[in-house]
Unconditional design. Structure first.
Length: 278
């Protein structure tokens, strides 16, 4: 009969569509619930494989605020996020990209990471050990200072089918993430102050670090994040020669000769600032 769908006419694709709408409807009903983000992760896991997830807010004036995250039995994630909030966020390509050009959408690590990212101390010591192989992120620009993010980490590279599914989900999920902010409550843990190298930081820093100009700090941050001299010049809108001059000056001020030494100073400043807050 015209306009009537018989049970035998429902294809597997049709069943998948029915299941998706039912699941998403349940997620909408959880919009004000404490386990909303967990519900999102479980919904995405029906179609995409990933090992970790975190919902957080990026801002250029303060460390990232973590709203919810996946849990591990050994508690290693607590130290992971503590290190991240105490300074390593400054080297996160997703954070750098969100603060430099706030934009909503779905972004993969390859979209935001510099070419030399996998060779950085940050990647070897932190990202590769904790985020593993690949990362993909939903971004929602909330206002001039905040971007809401849902990040998925995988031990394998996200393949085209998975990215295709997430791309199809994006128009549904981004508005829901924005609406979630009406019900989001601040976490009990205090947000740490900015790393001493953060431009807006008021924390005490070693004299050599204090001697760096804001531009030299920007250059050092991008260097440690994996940007080449040309990439730094492009991102900051300055000449390659100017970038080289900044590198020369900051190396001289810090009395170092390599990026490994620069990272060591960055890491030590993170630890000292954490101790000063305690």
């Amino acid at each position: 009969m015209g306009g009537v769908t018989q049970l035998g006419d429902i294809t597997p694709t049709g069943l998948d569509s029915l299941y998706w709408h039912r699941s998403f409807g349940r997620l909408v009903d959880k919009l004000d619930a404490p386990d909303f983000w967990l519900g999102v992760a479980r919904l995405l896991r029906d179609d995409v494989s990933f090992e970790s997830w975190v919902a957080l807010i990026f801002s250029p004036v303060r460390p990232p605020e973590i709203l919810a995250e996946s849990d591990t039995d050994d508690g290693s994630d607590e130290q992971l996020f503590r290190d991240y909030q105490q300074g390593l966020y400054l080297l996160d390509p997703f954070y750098i990209d969100a603060c430099s050009q706030a934009r909503s959408g779905l972004f993969r690590l390859d979209d935001v990471a510099p070419e030399q990212f996998v060779h950085t101390e940050y990647y070897q010591r932190y990202f590769h050990r904790n985020i593993v192989a690949d990362e993909i992120q939903f971004n929602v620009v909330l206002d001039n200072e905040r971007t809401l993010c849902l990040s998925l980490g995988s031990s394998h590279r996200f393949r085209r089918p998975a990215i295709g599914v997430l791309t199809m989900i994006q128009p549904w999920l981004l508005p829901l993430m924005r609406q979630r902010m009406h019900f989001e409550k601040a976490r009990e843990t205090a947000l740490p102050g900015p790393h001493p190298w953060h431009p807006q930081s008021e924390l005490p820093a070693p004299p050599a670090i204090t001697a760096l100009t804001d531009r030299e700090r920007e250059v050092s941050q991008l260097m440690l994040g994996g940007c080449s001299t040309k990439e730094i010049a492009r991102r900051l809108g300055i000449s390659v020669e100017t970038v080289r001059a900044h590198k020369k000056h900051l190396y001289a001020k810090l009395n170092i000769n390599s990026q490994s030494e620069l990272f060591a100073l960055f890491w030590q400043a993170r630890k000292e600032s954490a101790g000063a807050r305690e």
